[in-house]
Design a protein around this ligand. Structure first.
Ligand code: C2O
Ligand code: CU
Ligand code: CU
Length: 430
């Protein structure tokens, strides 16, 4: 902490080797360590500064996914850090408690940088949320769960994309927090999992094989109005969710990803990962569990706009070639929005494969999915949404950050292969 109260973090991007399997050392990249990065944590109203040093031999960036912050601090492709150089973005946290994350964003190379291990969680807190009776002991009953899929070829990662995998790289096994075959001992009745899909292309449908339900309490940008019980929850790349699951004494509860009927056509289910199933994390419950208080009936007021007073409606057609028919161009600002304005954005997957849609800087509200009210899983603050082929979503967004006509923010498909190929556009707030 600096004199003026700024909370300071140090991150060094570096290359190294990681022992995922006994005695086998895989070349990886990480922040500080050799794979992934530390969980950063700050509070609403707090000033933060992150001192980033690039110890890699190529240029990269660090983007704060889900964070509301000035465009110059956002870590998009315009603000790369050369090898050996440093950069210290800083901002004031001005949003509710949430599970965010950080990862590189160099134009055309994001998939590769994330696959090698550059990603970490950024948890935000606020006073109201801290006062709620939720599991909140980090690493005890409040667990970060960073889910990635990988494939090995000998000692190395195999990042090759199979010919029919038009969504991008798909691995043949999953890791949690950089660990293969992960399990966690728990000793509380209720366990909160902060799920982050940090995979580059794979979409998961989480649930438990015994059919138990769990409570969704938070989405990308913070808590829901009230807990929502469900048996399955889909997360596409970049999306987060906070769920609370009840465990029984002595049991082993397995968080699994299930096949997805509504993922796409038979081709996509087969080759795009929709038919796949993985055991993601085993929770090993102690014989005696500490009692947990019941979840609060009400969690948080929604701060996202409800679409009332929207001054502008925009439309975005997603196709693998680009957004609205155009691939990303670094020197073209596609959309200009007015500071303080609320808009509706209608996003349509006009393609034969699944995509998703992520917007920098804002948390938005999903108003409609194919003309109907959104399901519970899409009722909290969101910055990334999954769109199966043929899906249309109407979103309400408000842009209330500082104006900056020259530094744009991004919106893009977060299937990183697609993003790198050019499924990305830029907007400036003026
Ligand atoms: Cu998670 Cu443009 O990023
Ligand atoms: Cu982002
Ligand atoms: Cu896509």
């Amino acid at each position: 902490v600096e004199k003026d109260g700024t909370r300071v973090f140090d991150l060094r991007m570096r290359a190294g080797r990681t022992e995922f399997r006994d005695g086998r050392w895989t070349p990886t990249w990480g922040f500080d360590g050799t794979y992934l990065g530390p969980t950063l944590r700050a509070e609403r109203g707090e000033k933060v500064r992150v001192r980033i040093r690039n110890g890699l031999d190529e240029a990269s960036t660090v983007h704060w996914h889900g964070m509301h912050l000035p465009a110059r601090m956002d870590g998009g492709p315009h603000t790369t850090i050369r090898p050996g150089a440093a950069r210290s973005p800083h901002w004031t946290v001005a949003q509710p408690a949430a599970t965010l994350w950080y990862h590189p964003h160099p134009h055309g190379a994001t998939e590769r940088h994330v696959q090698r291990g550059l990603a970490g969680m950024f948890i935000l807190d606020d006073g109201r949320t801290a006062a709620l009776a939720l599991p909140k002991r980090y690493g005890v009953d409040d667990l970060p769960v960073v889910v990635q899929d990988v494939r090995f070829d000998g000692d190395r990662f195999d990042h090759g994309r199979r010919i029919m995998q038009n969504v991008g790289f798909l691995g043949d096994r999953t890791m949690v927090n950089g660990t293969l075959s992960p399990y966690r001992e728990v000793a509380d009745e209720l366990v909160r999992l902060r799920l982050l899909n940090a995979s580059t292309a794979r979409t998961y449908s989480f649930g438990f094989p015994d059919g138990r339900d769990f409570s969704l309490i938070g989405t990308d940008g913070g808590l829901l109005e009230r807990p929502a019980p469900m048996e399955r929850l889909r997360l596409s790349p970049g999306e987060r969710a906070e769920i609370v699951v009840r465990v029984r004494p002595g049991e082993r509860a397995v968080l699994r990803s299930f096949p997805q009927d509504d993922y796409g056509d038979a081709w996509q289910r087969r080759f795009g990962g929709g038919d796949d199933s993985f055991d993601v994390l085993e929770l090993r419950a102690a014989e005696r569990l500490r009692p947990s208080p019941a979840l609060p009936a009400r969690l948080a007021e929604q701060e996202t706009p409800d679409g009332g007073g929207a001054v502008r409606a925009r439309h975005f057609d997603l196709r693998r070639s680009g957004i609205n028919g155009r691939p990303m161009a670094m020197d073209r600002i596609d959309e200009t929005v007015t500071r303080g304005a609320t808009e509706t954005w209608t996003v349509r997957n006009a393609d034969g494969m699944p995509h998703n849609f992520h917007v920098h800087d804002v948390q938005f509200r999903v108003l409609e999915v194919n003309g109907a009210p959104p399901p519970a899983a899409l009722r909290g603050p969101k910055d990334t949404v999954f769109l199966a082929s043929g899906t249309t979503m109407k979103l309400a967004l408000r842009f209330d950050g500082p104006a900056d006509p020259t530094t744009p923010y991004m919106y893009h498909c977060h299937l990183l292969y697609h993003e790198d190929e050019g499924m990305m556009g830029q907007f400036a707030v003026v």
